[in-house]
Each structure stands twice: as C-alpha cells, then as structure tokens.
Ligand binder design. Structure first.
Ligand SMILES: Nc1ncnc2c1ncn2[C@@H]1O[C@H](COP(=O)(O)OP(=O)(O)O)[C@@H](O)[C@H]1O
Ligand SMILES: [Mg+2]
Length: 405
C-alpha cells in the first residue's frame, strides 16, 4: 500500500498520522515544502521517501514532480489533513486515478455556502444563510437572514474575521473590518451550545464517532485572551444532550455521500434541544482533539484512521471509558513563565484524573496563543462520570494560573 501524504511535517499533528500509516504497514511517500532535515522525528521515521517541492502553490509543477518521483510505483492513496492542500490532494487523486475525494466533493467541504446548501437540501436544519461577494450582496443577505447575524469568510478557519452583529451598525462595522475578504458568508446567529460530531469512516460506514463540547464557543475564545478553553469529549453520545447532533451528523454524512477518512462537524444545540448544522470538514479536528478522543477510550486514532483509510476497518476496541476534558491555558503577564500557580494542590487532589499535563516550563517565554493553539499548556482530565469530569476540569480552569513576568 503506497500512500502519498501531503505536508507530513506541518501542521503539528501531521507527523502522528504519518507514524500511524507506517505502523499499519503502509509505505508513506511524503511531499512537503520543508527540507527533509526540518521534518519532525515522527514524520522522518515514518516516511519511506520524501519529495521536497519548491512551493505548493504551483499545482502543475507539483503534479509533474510527483509523476517523475513515483514513476514505476503504484499510488494507492493520496492523503492530506491540511485544509490548504485539499484541492491539490483531489487533483492528484484525479490525475493518478486514486480513490478518495475528487475536486467536486472537496469544494463542498471547503465552501461554507455550498456545504450548507447540500445539507439543507437533505431537509436538515442549517442557519439561514447566503453568500456575499460585495457589500451590496452582504446587505441583501442580511435583510433576509435578520439579526443577530454572523459575518465570516466563506472558507475561513480558526474564527478569523468572524463577527456577530446585533444590528445594522454592527453589521456595517463588521463589513468594514472584513474588506480584505473576497467572499463572505452571512448567517443567522444561532444561540446555543456548540459541539462537534467527529467520525472515522471507511467505504461509507461510520467506524468511530465522537461528540465534543466546546466551552466556551470558539468565537468567544478568539476574542477573549484570558479564557482557558475546555473541550470535553463525551463518553455517552447517546445521552439526550449530544444525541440530536449525532442524528444530524448521520444525516449530513449521508447527504454528502461521504466515504472514507476523518470528518469533523460543528453544530449548535439550542435551548429547546434542536441541533443546527454549523460546518463540516473532511479532516480530523485540530487543536489536539484527536488526542482527547484517544484518552477517552485508551486508543490510538492516528493508526486507527490509517487502518480505516487503507484497509477499511478499525480493529481497536473504541468503546469510550471516560469523559475526557482538555483544557488549554493562557499565561497571565508577559515575558518568562515564573510559576504554575495552584498546580501542586490540584495534583494532590485530582492527580488520579489527570491523563496528560504539559505546561510551558518555568523559565521559558510565554507563548502566543494566536499562533500556538495549546497556548501555555494543555491538560487532559478524565472521569467516567460527566459531572465529575466537568468539576475537575473547572478546577483546572479556575485554580491553575500560568504566571509570566
Ligand atoms: N451561524 C452561527 N451562529 C452562531 N455562531 C456562529 C455561527 N457561525 C459561526 N459561529 C461562531 O464562529 C465560529 C467560527 O465559525 P466557523 O463557521 O466554525 O468557521 P471556522 O471554524 O472555519 O473559522 C464558530 O465556532 C462559532 O463559535
Ligand atoms: Mg469551525
């Protein structure tokens, strides 16, 4: 099984998927724009060969370089977990007749308007929505959608350039702040909790599914530097809290005709218990959520995904044992980290629940959470009971402070 893997060294979790592929016996051919020596160790160890391209932007050049490089070898899969290169992956699949998502399927999971149209036409609930290529179009859409509204890039990521607008003035201000964005999505603002529905699929079958609960919502997090994010992987996805999203997720995957690989959907749960579609990507969730899923069931989805993608099965026992809460800390103050205030007491009381703890070490500079998603550290706590997991998680949010000065 020969797998071409795009960008094996970046973003952060890619080397782990490379390692997963190697573990299940695939030969991994990495294509990246970094020099080989710059690749993280997991990536280098997992690769059978590596091709450095000058730039991913010149698609035709990359295709012909790969053609020469792979001459005489079969190409069985082309894998890519990075949104930026998904079209290139689709082009490669089409060029070399490899199974997996083609360009037409890829655009649906990249363009927030097309994806909502596809989901909506299957009779599923999406926010009222519209595409805007100009200021005039944006005003026309918001007239129809009403306030509060959301204004965001049509193919955005990480809540960048995303604004909630409660009235005309706020909408106008948001339009001014997004002048550099060529295409916008305007949506009805959905009030409610925000959760994920994630899967690993093969041949159209769901082999693993997951719901995680964002606290607070990513948009709030992006706008408030002091907040520690919690992301809670739920043990029982049949409980009445996550269930509507699981059902919505099943419908969405069917509507998109999704076949193989990771999916990451976001959805809103309104106070009345209705699930409203947010967005979906044909990739794993970022921000270490795969790690949190692993901790919830003591599994390794990096190799689990690889097995599903290459051989259509997931042979690990993926039954969840825990609710697993992941917390990202952001340091207080500037400069070097001086203290992990509160840590000792927390470990004494809740150490049994801590599955992983990784804070910026004392003496190192504090990090920029806008660039490094884990900020000044991440902690995973877990417990079979949700209420206990939430309590312990709250303690780490409130009683642990990374102090920098
Ligand atoms: N229609 C909506 N209603 C409420 N909140 C929204 C809506 N659309 C986006 N948001 C908020 O903005 C965040 C970013 O939007 P999203 O569509 O997920 O884009 P991306 O994650 O690609 O930046 C969401 O996680 C959510 O918190
Ligand atoms: Mg999102």
């Amino acid at each position: 099984m020969n797998v071409i893997y795009l960008s094996p060294g970046f973003p952060a979790e890619m080397p782990l998927f490379v390692r997963g592929l190697a573990q299940i016996g695939a030969k991994v051919y990495g294509v990246g724009d970094q020099p080989k020596e710059a690749l993280p160790e997991d990536a280098r160890d997992g690769l059978s060969d590596y091709l450095q391209v000058r730039s991913f932007d010149d698609e035709a050049a990359v295709v012909s370089q790969i053609r020469r490089w792979m001459h005489g070898k079969s190409i069985d899969r082309v894998e890519c977990m990075w949104e930026r290169l998904m079209y290139l992956a689709a082009t490669l699949r089409e060029t070399f007749s490899v199974p997996g998502m083609n360009k037409a399927q890829t655009v649906i999971v990249r363009d927030k308007e097309l994806m909502k149209q596809a989901v909506e036409s299957a009779g599923l609930r999406v926010p009222r929505h519209g595409r805007a290529r100009s200021v005039a179009e944006a005003w026309a859409v918001v007239e129809r959608v009403g306030y509060p509204a959301i204004l965001k890039p049509i193919d955005g990521a990480g809540s960048v350039d995303t604004f909630r607008c409660n009235d005309r003035e706020e909408f106008e201000a948001a339009l001014n702040r997004t002048r550099h964005v060529t295409e916008l999505s305007v949506e009805e603002f959905i009030e409610g909790e925000e959760l994920t529905y994630d899967t690993v699929c093969a041949d159209g079958n769901i082999l693993f599914e997951n719901v995680a609960w964002y606290r607070p919502k990513p948009m709030i997090l992006a706008q408030n530097p002091w907040i520690s994010m919690q992301n809670i992987v739920l043990r029982d996805i049949n409980d009445e809290f996550p269930r509507p999203g699981v059902e919505l997720g099943h419908g969405v995957l069917k509507a998109l005709g999704f076949e193989s690989g990771f999916t990451h959907m976001e959805w809103f749960r309104t106070a009345s218990g209705e699930a409203v579609f947010g967005e979906i990507g044909a990739r794993p969730p970022g921000a270490r959520l795969v790690h949190a899923m692993n901790y919830s069931a003591d599994i390794d989805l990096f190799s689990g995904w690889a097995e599903a993608t290459c051989f259509g099965r997931l042979s690990q026992n993926t039954e969840k044992k825990y609710n697993a809460a992941m917390i990202f800390k952001r340091a207080e103050g500037d400069g070097l980290v001086r203290e992990h205030r509160g840590l000792r007491g927390l470990m004494r009381r809740y150490g049994d629940c801590v599955a992983s703890l990784d804070l910026t070490p004392i003496g190192e500079p504090r990090r920029d959470w806008r660039k490094i998603v884990v900020g000044d550290g991440w902690i995973v706590v877990r417990h079979p009971e949700l209420s206990q997991c939430l309590d312990v998680s709250e303690r780490f949010v409130n009683d642990l402070t990374v102090i920098a000065e």
